[in-house]
Each structure stands twice: as C-alpha cells, then as structure tokens.
Design a protein around this ligand. Structure first.
Ligand code: SF4
Length: 352
C-alpha cells in the first residue's frame, strides 16, 4: 500500500498517548517499559515503570539490587518470571557489556527474557536499527489490513508475518514507525469491534472490505487449562504467621505463600484438620481452626487455581525447615503472589 508508513506515523503523531518512556531514547527505559507492558495494560504498568525508574535509576542499580526487592516492586503485576529475567538481564548488561545495552539485535537477544519482539523494540527505538516488531497488536493489524490468513500461533504463519513486517518496515525511521504500528493496534484496530468507519485504512483494509474483521487474525490451537486446588493453611502464632518460599519449577517461584495442601478437589474442615495434624505431628489440643475464607478462583494463563484459606491458631511454636516465622509487622517486606496479597487484605481481622 502506498503511503502505509506515512499514514501510520501521521496518525500516531496526532493521537499517541503521552507516556514517560516515549520521551526517552534510553535503552534502559525502553527495555523496562517493554518488559513491564508484556501481558499488562498501560494503565496498570505505568506506576510500576515509575517505581522501577525511581528505585533503580540505572541498569547498574537494578543489577545490584537484591532479588527479593525486585520481586517486591513487581508484586501485583503477575508473570513473575519476567521480574526474575529482568534482574538477570540487568546483571548481564553490567557484567558482559560494561553497563551499556548492546546496539545490536542479535546481542540483545542473548539477554535473559529478551525475545525477538523486545530486542526489535530496543534496537529500533533506542538505536534506530531497522528491525520490525511483531507482537499481538502487529499480528492483528497486518492480518486485517493485508488480509493474511496464516495462523499466528503456528511457525509457518509466524514466519510469514515476520517477513511481511520486515518488508513494510520504514527503514529510515524504524523506532517511530514501530511505535506507531503498535499504538495503532492498541487504540484503533482493537480486537473486538474496531471503529473501521473512522479508520485511516478503511479504503484499503482487506478485512474491512471483505467482512473478515472479526475473523482475523486466525489462531488455531487452544492450550489446555489446568485446574488446581490450593488448600491453604494460614498458621498464626503470637504476633506472627508462618510463610514458606515457593520453589523453582512451579508458578510464583521465590515468592512467599502459606502452607498449602494441594489436591484435585476442595478439602473440607475435617480433611484440613487431619492433613495439618499429620504434616506437623500435632494433636487436636495443639491447634484450633479459627476461620476460613470463601473459595477464590484465581485465573492464570494456563491454570485455574481454586483456593481456600483456613486460619489456624497454634498453641506452641513450630519447627519446620520449609516454614519461616514472620512477625505481622514485617509481612509487607515479603514479595507475595497477588492471590495471597488480596486474601490478606480481604481478611485483615486475621492479622489482629
Ligand atoms: S479498517 Fe478496521 S480492521 Fe481495518 S485496520 Fe482499520 S480498524 Fe483495523
């Protein structure tokens, strides 16, 4: 299409949102914003960006921070592997590149957690390198405007889109062009019911002309969603609670939660009591079930967590190598999964 890039960039210069990382060509800021905004809306990500820039003004500050502090600042954003990768990549930039982001797409790809999309965004926006970004927004816009029917979740389709994106790229102004394209997908060519009548591409857009807007982009496979039942016991003793740190190989790695009896159904009071006695070799006289929460459904990308929390008062302290006694006043220094944080906030009286 003639004028493709010019139309996009003109549109962008008129409507673009005023976002702090857009005022900067600093690769550190661009990288931070891109990692934070993966799977996160701008309104939700913005305060996190500001917190990270304030707490870690340079990549060296981030690299030198303790992992627990980084996870704590990330708390609430989900997908915690992003935070761990962010921290690792900061260390790589300091240790392997003297604290400067490499101005090279392939070298950027070597950084932990940096995939083709983020590498292209940093390369083009910070360094004006001719690399095309391809994310969900770009798939949607290109598939609709150019009528591409290849599936975006299949290798062949992804290859075809990557090639088309590179062909269309404005090589003289790649950073601005890439941002314009992504913003266009985020604001104008939205997933459901885009306002095609007011669109700058309405005359040329294949999907609009052929009535395919709601059918494109095409996605084939559906990932099976796993159901899990977390039967949590919030153990209260004196002025504190027992937390445990989650380990590698599962969700929420290195965050803190409570003793969890995971099963494939929801345990009732008698079952919780018996699991608890067995695990800690307690007798009935050693503890008391005080309260329980309503069941909570917590949705993750490929998992549905059905959680219920039981508050248990114990009458003598507990020695268990997995558990850590944490005074209630120190609770907010521990990085917690969102589910745990929300439950604590909802049941404040459990901390009285
Ligand atoms: S006409 Fe509609 S489908 Fe086509 S690019 Fe514009 S908003 Fe998207």
């Amino acid at each position: 299409m003639l004028m493709w890039s010019k139309l996009l960039k003109d549109w962008y210069s008129e409507v673009k949102r005023d976002l702090p990382w857009r005022k900067s060509k600093d690769p550190y800021h661009i990288w931070l914003s891109e990692v934070i905004l993966q799977q996160t809306r701008v309104a939700q990500g913005l305060p996190y960006f500001e917190t990270f820039v304030a707490h870690y003004p340079t990549v060296a500050h981030l690299a030198a921070a303790p992992e627990q502090a980084v996870l704590r600042d990330w708390q609430g954003l989900g997908y915690y592997s992003r935070a761990r990768n962010l921290h690792e990549a900061a260390k790589q930039v300091v240790e392997e590149h003297g604290g400067r982001f490499p101005a090279n797409y392939k070298t950027l790809l070597q950084l932990k957690g940096v995939g083709p999309y983020t590498a292209a965004a940093i390369a083009s926006i910070a360094f004006d390198l001719p690399e095309a970004v391809v994310d969900g927004n770009v798939y949607r816009v290109l598939s609709r405007v150019y009528g591409v029917r290849e599936a975006i979740d299949q290798p062949a389709g992804q290859k075809a889109f990557a090639a088309l994106a590179m062909r269309l790229l404005d090589r003289n102004d790649p950073g601005n062009y890439n941002q314009a394209l992504m913003e266009f997908g985020a604001l104008q060519c939205v997933p459901v019911n885009p306002d095609c009548g007011s669109c700058i591409f309405s005359r040329d857009c294949v999907a609009y002309k052929e009535g395919l807007v709601s059918l494109l982009p095409i996605k084939l496979g559906k990932v099976k969603v796993r159901k899990r039942f977390f039967n949590y016991v919030v153990i209260r003793f004196g002025d504190g609670l027992y937390l445990q740190q989650r380990q590698a190989g599962d969700i929420w790695q290195h965050l803190w939660d409570f003793t969890n009896f995971e099963t494939d159904y929801e345990l009732d009071e008698a079952e919780i009591s018996s699991h608890f006695q067995q695990k800690f070799s307690f007798s009935e006289a050693d503890f008391q079930l005080i309260a329980h929460s309503e069941p909570v459904k917590h949705v993750l990308t490929h998992q549905r967590i059905f959680a219920k929390f039981w508050l248990v008062q114990i009458f003598h302290n507990l020695q268990d190598k997995e558990l850590k006694f944490v005074p209630i006043k120190d609770l907010d220094t521990y990085p917690l999964p969102r589910l745990i944080d929300l439950t604590i906030k909802k049941n404040k009286e459990w901390l009285d």
